[in-house]
Ligand binder design. Structure first.
Ligand code: UTP
Length: 639
């Protein structure tokens, strides 16, 4: 038995009443049997034997809406094909988990959590951190990148795909563009060090809800500088929505089953069934990184995490951050079973408190003396060694343990507020790997470099902020980008003005100078240190904005305003001494009218806009090596 069995709750055998019913006796279905092909008839039998006869009660007599009945069976056939073991197995699994949920059973019964000790905590900016980055930079050529992006983003109130959201407003560049820029940055880095061409594969898992939006975004951005062949889109299918604890299918009409996303855990199955990971492994690639669709900070510390994995031979490395007790983020825990098994895995936030209480920690999920839970928070950035990942996939087929999370109308736990479905999570790969063989560890970073997804609408963000919980909204995601960049600069000795509290509709937000450092300028702290040749002579005043792109070396800078420095392809730009003072760019709250609909959605979800009063642009586009003179002229660099 592998450790992954922990969440499997044995499903009861098929509903006995359903088994006995015959299709000829089912009202609604009996009158329509003549329409069915052999394959459709066996699907009908399967539905009936799975206790679904009720759904046919609303069917019209034969001759009325017959085409829709055929469509219904086409949909059932698709649902059947897309779930391992078919729809019968799906309903069986769902019924088992729904009954356990109705009894409020603890899915982690038998397991005791403890704070894991298997972590690495490189202090950002320290020599040890940069040594890890150096090692990571040498390993990155063998890395593959995977982003599940099939989620609906229902909680955000943004109608486009989340990848299309601006990562921040100073550049307005979207999240996917930032991710692709990192891949390009890592590629050129690898090419420079190895002298070999390097193309890093990117896989995006989309769903029916996001595929066309993601494809359109990639096309409109010309794949953001990646080659089209580097990017693979895998599409996850949805699963049937369920209306009751007996796993009755939830119908959107008499002939259409409601469907819902099955969760990001599908990514492992798709990587396996598409044959992609096997191919990568055969090509000699060594690492596979999973991360999510709206937290661009993942890649800021990635080379260090990769160095940690490489140095310590980790088969799996989970990137973690300090987590506030009760924050809606999973926690990493060591789980020990009474039978002796022990694993390091993610415990979802809604499971941690009951699990702690059930195992003698009466206070539940609470903060320690440092103001954070002792259990590290899961950022859902997971780095696997490819060869171990491939062998695990061969064994488990990429099947993740499933769970169900029905929202009940009342304490009787019988009726749902809305249809539910089985789900699975990407991070549960940690529960199915062979714990006795795999070396699982985690890397901790401070909150500044943690998890700042853009997932909540502005009202929810305000409510969470008022409760002292991370708001996970658009404003906090944006501020986090500036803050991480300012922190890196400060750690290197740059003088950067402190952040100030701003008040947006989504709650209070600390915002410092708005600094954006592109990965072709510095994909790591180690590179940033090389770029700033005299950090103590760089000073960024409050209210400033700064963007730097490309091969730029900066010595002295006095910035009190807005500045954009761009070195285009083939350009190296040296800036010995620069002083910029102007009216800058400023973040200004939306008016009520703008907030209520006049402003674009991407502004309404954050509650402010970025207004440019004055912006100094220093841009070198023609290939060559230049120096910027003190009176801001570009001249060819003299050796
Ligand atoms: P989230 O937890 O942010 O959920 O997903 P969501 O589905 O995007 O948003 P809501 O719950 O509807 O508001 C975490 C990551 O998993 C992906 C998301 O795209 C995001 O990168 N995801 C989620 C999938 O790829 N498939 C799914 O079925 C669900």
């Amino acid at each position: 038995m592998v450790s992954g069995d922990i969440l499997e709750i044995s499903a009861p055998r098929l509903n006995e009443v359903g088994r006995m019913a015959k299709v000829e006796e089912v009202p609604g279905l009996a009158e329509n049997l003549v329409l069915l092909s052999k394959e459709q008839l066996s699907l009908a039998e399967l539905l009936v034997s799975s206790g679904q006869q009720e759904i046919f009660a609303a069917w019209d007599a034969s001759g009325i809406r017959d085409a829709e009945k055929v469509e219904f069976f086409n949909q059932i056939s698709t649902l059947d094909r897309n779930y391992p073991g078919g729809i019968e197995r799906y309903l069986q699994n769902a019924r088992g988990l729904l009954q356990a949920a109705a009894r409020a059973e603890n899915p982690l019964d038998g397991w005791t959590p403890s704070v894991p000790q298997d972590g690495f905590q490189p202090e950002v900016g320290s020599e040890a951190f940069m040594e890890y980055e150096d090692l990571g930079a040498r390993e990155v050529k063998g890395c593959c990148f995977v982003i599940p992006a099939g989620g609906l983003g229902e909680r955000l109130g943004f109608s486009g795909v989340k990848f299309a959201l601006p990562a921040e407003l100073v550049t307005g560049c979207c999240v996917l563009e930032v991710y692709c820029a990192y891949l390009r940055g890592f590629q050129s880095f690898a090419e420079r060090t190895s002298g070999q061409p390097c193309r890093l594969p990117l896989v995006i898992m989309a769903s029916g809800d996001t595929e066309s939006g993601i494809r359109a975004l990639l096309e409109s951005g010309n794949y953001f500088g990646l080659e089209k062949e580097q990017v693979t889109i895998l599409v996850q299918e949805k699963v049937a929505a369920l209306a009751s604890s007996d796993a009755l299918l939830s119908m959107e009409g008499p002939y259409k089953v409601g469907t819902k996303p099955h969760g990001h855990g599908d990514v492992h199955f798709l990587l396996h069934s598409s044959g992609l990971v096997r191919r990568w492994h055969e090509e000699g690639r060594k690492w596979i990184l999973f991360f999510q669709d709206t937290n661009t900070l993942y890649l800021t510390t990635f080379l260090c995490s990769l160095g940690v994995s490489a140095k310590h031979g980790l088969h799996a490395n989970v990137v973690t951050m300090p987590r506030k007790a009760k924050e809606a983020a999973g926690s990493i825990a060591r789980l020990t079973h009474w039978d002796g098994r022990s694993i390091v895995a993610n415990v979802e936030y809604n499971q941690l408190e009951p699990l702690l209480k059930a195992t003698g920690h009466h206070e539940g999920d609470v903060n320690g003396p440092d103001g954070f839970s002792p259990y590290p928070g899961n950022t859902n950035e997971l780095l696997f060694s490819l060869s171990e990942y491939v062998s695990e996939l061969e064994e488990n087929g990429g099947q993740m343990p499933e769970f169900i999370n029905p929202k009940y109308t009342d304490e009787s736990r019988t009726k749902f507020k809305s249809p539910t479905r089985l789900e699975c999570m990407m991070q549960d790969f940690l529960k199915v790997i062979n714990a006795s063989k795999a070396k699982v560890g985690f890397t901790r970073y401070p909150l500044t470099f943690g998890y700042f997804p853009c997932k909540n609408d502005i009202i929810t963000a305000a409510r969470l902020a008022s409760q002292g919980t991370p708001p996970h909204g658009a404003a906090s995601a944006e501020a986090a980008v500036y803050d991480a960049n300012c922190t890196m600069l400060r750690l290197l000795g740059v003088s950067v003005a402190d952040a100030e509290e701003r008040h947006w509709k989504g709650g209070p937000q600390l915002m410092g100078p708005a600094v954006v450092l592109w990965p072709d300028f510095a994909p790591s702290m180690l590179e940033l240190r090389k770029r700033l040749t005299l950090p103590s002579a760089v000073c960024i005043a409050s209210g400033s904005t700064l963007e730097i792109r490309g091969d730029v070396y900066l010595r002295e800078l006095e910035l009190n305003g807005a500045l954009r420095i761009v070195a285009g392809p083939g350009v190296t730009l040296h800036i010995p001494k620069l002083k910029v003072q102007n009216r800058s760019q400023s973040f200004e709250a939306l008016t009520d009218g703008e907030q209520n609909g006049e402003a674009p959605e991407e502004l309404r979800i954050r509650g402010y806009r970025c207004v440019t009063y004055e912006l100094e642009r220093i841009e070198a586009t023609e290939a060559g090596v230049y120096t910027l003179t003190e009176d801001k002229k570009l001249i060819p660099k003299l050796e």
